[in-house]
Design a protein around this ligand. Structure first.
Ligand SMILES: [Zn+2]
Length: 62
């Protein structure tokens, strides 16, 4: 038996924030760049995870 909790809401809000940041990067033309080093992110990685914002050397903290 599961129910909607504050954690559920927080998870949805975190996902929404990630989507909004991805859209902002698309509009700004920085979608394929790491947010830390501005290096390129592999297209295959973005296909696997469209919300990815960092290169493999700079994994997102959360
Ligand atoms: Zn990087």
């Amino acid at each position: 038996m599961s129910e909607i909790t504050n954690e559920t809401v927080a998870s949805i809000e975190a996902t929404l924030a990630s989507v909004e940041r991805a859209l902002e990067r698309l509009r700004a033309g920085t979608y394929r760049q790491c947010q830390v080093c501005a290096g390129p992110i592999d297209e295959s990685d973005l296909v696997a995870n469209p919300l990815l914002s960092n290169c493999p050397e700079h994994p997102e903290l959360g």
